[in-house]
Ligand binder design. Structure first.
Ligand code: GDP
Length: 457
């Protein structure tokens, strides 16, 4: 799978910027640079590794393409483990395109998505969990998310997995000794002593798999759904919250009947704030579709802000919307607190978490934010966790399948199954753990993982 071509790609995103970086990796990286780079002080072959040199890039008509800083990072002490060259050019789209063309003319091939990181993995610079963390670091949307991703990049998860593997390997070695040699040569097999550390590993693997709940939230964001019948002030509330947080990131989709989603950061959590379609009992097929989606979103949201209009009595449509809400996941927002209140809160029995706000006049929003944070903090799966956190569903599945193999082993051991069976279970656990770090990951899964990366990474 490892191609020996020297590859090239822009390492900075498209668009204008102060600088733009073009990166090369491969055995010919320095030679490619030497064909186009001229500096008063040195030549690429003589450049000190990891040091920037000022010079010019010239095309084959001897015209200056850009004035740049170039650095050679000689393998194996580089990101990919191969010789890597980076050229810091001016950050304009045309300049970058010309510089890229220049290197393509020297024989470098355009890099595929994630190919630099894939080479780093194949050359043993990073294991698979670390390689996956690269993309998480880039995509992290809150401080906590980036801390977890950086931990993983630095190998914290991998070390944990290796600790598990080591204990399983120790048990397997012992077991194999007792399979290969008669007991009178190697002594009686002390099964409880063999199983004891494995029980501990099983518990730890299970706990690590469970950390995925927090990992998912850090990665995808806490989803907070704004629900309520039309005209209670859902859009106004969404705008008010976003205005307070001053952190509008992206608008994902939006029509009045569809859902509108915005992203912000609240108490260190990336939050996806979703405005559901108005909930209304109706025969209009489009509106019905909206209600169906609202129902679906309500069931999957981490928290619902159920908005009612405090200036009027509750009506059937409010009750219909309330029906979609699970009380423990719902915060009732009584809006329009600037007006005389006519809402009979006895209709909200069962929904004890309530906050009064005026979305229009920005009142009560701090209380609302506090109530949201309190709710998130109470959710034990989201509590601040200094342990290792996994963010990939793939990792969770591998941990659970390893744990399952261990459980099978415990059952077999209790029923005095042959030692070969126990050994087989242990090998299965090792296989599952190895899929996380990439030792036993099938090629097509590897391809799939790296194809999620952008070009240049
Ligand atoms: P949605 O249909 O639930 O999204 O409701 P909108 O946000 O479009 O608001 C419906 C109407 O209520 C608009 O005329 C808003 O100006 C008004 N409104 C929203 N929030 C408040 C509020 O806090 N106080 C008052 N007096 N009016 C509000």
């Amino acid at each position: 799978m490892l191609s020996t071509d020297t590859i090239v790609a822009p390492a900075t995103p498209p668009g204008e910027g102060g600088i733009g970086i073009v990166r090369l990796s491969g055995s010919r990286a320095t030679a490619c640079l030497a064909e186009v780079f001229r500096s008063k002080t040195t030549t690429p072959a003589k450049m000190e590794s990891h040091r920037l040199y000022l010079g010019g890039l010239y095309n084959n008509r001897d015209e200056l393409v850009d004035e740049v800083l170039a650095v050679v990072m000689r393998g194996p002490r580089s990101y990919t483990g191969e010789d890597v060259v980076e050229v810091h050019c001016h950050g304009g789209a045309q300049v970058l395109r010309s510089v890229l063309d220049l290197f393509l003319e020297t024989g470098a091939k355009m890099a595929g998505p994630g190919e630099f990181t894939q080479r780093a993995f194949l050359n043993g610079r990073l294991d698979l969990a670390q390689a996956e963390a690269v993309i998480e670091v880039i995509r992290a949307r809150s401080e906590r998310a980036s801390r977890v991703a950086l931990d993983q990049l630095k190998g914290r998860l991998s070390r944990e997995i290796h600790l598990f593997s080591q204990q399983v390997k120790d048990a397997l070695a012992l077991l194999e000794a007792h399979i290969d040699f008669p007991d009178d040569e190697v002594g009686e097999l002390d099964l409880p002593a063999l199983l004891d550390p494995l029980h501990r590993v099983a518990r730890q693997m299970h706990a690590l798999a469970e950390s995925f709940d927090l990992g998912r939230v850090l990665r995808e964001g806490v989803s907070i759904l704004i629900l309520g019948r039309p005209n209670v002030g859902k859009s106004s509330l969404m705008n008010a919250i976003l205005g307070e947080s001053r952190a509008i990131v992206t608008e994902v989709a939006g029509t009045t009947r569809d859902t509108l989603e915005e992203q912000l950061v609240l108490a260190g959590f990336p939050v996806r704030l979703i405005d559901a379609a108005g909930v209304r009992d109706t025969d209009d097929p489009v509106e019905q579709e909206g209600v169906r989606r609202a129902r679906h979103k309500a069931s999957s949201a981490d928290l619902i802000l159920m908005v009612i209009d405090g200036s009027v009595p509750l009506d059937d449509e409010d009750l219909l919307a309330l029906e979609l809400c699970r009380p423990d996941k719902t915060l009732v927002v009584i809006n329009k607190s600037d007006q005389a209140q006519h809402c009979d809160v006895s209709g909200l029995a069962g929904f004890e978490h309530r906050v009064a706000v005026s979305a229009k006049y920005n009142q009560g929003l701090a209380d609302l934010a506090q109530a949201i944070v309190r709710h998130l903090a109470e959710d034990s799966s989201l509590a601040d966790n200094e342990g290792v956190v996994i963010t990939e569903r793939r990792h969770r599945d591998a941990l659970l399948s390893g744990k399952k193999a261990l459980d099978e082993l415990f059952v077999s051991a209790a029923s005095a199954a042959p030692r070969e069976c126990l050994a087989m279970d242990l090998r299965e656990v090792l296989g599952a753990l190895g899929r996380i770090t990439g030792e036993t990951t099938p090629d097509e899964i590897l391809e799939q993982i790296f194809s999620r990366f952008c070009i240049g990474k």
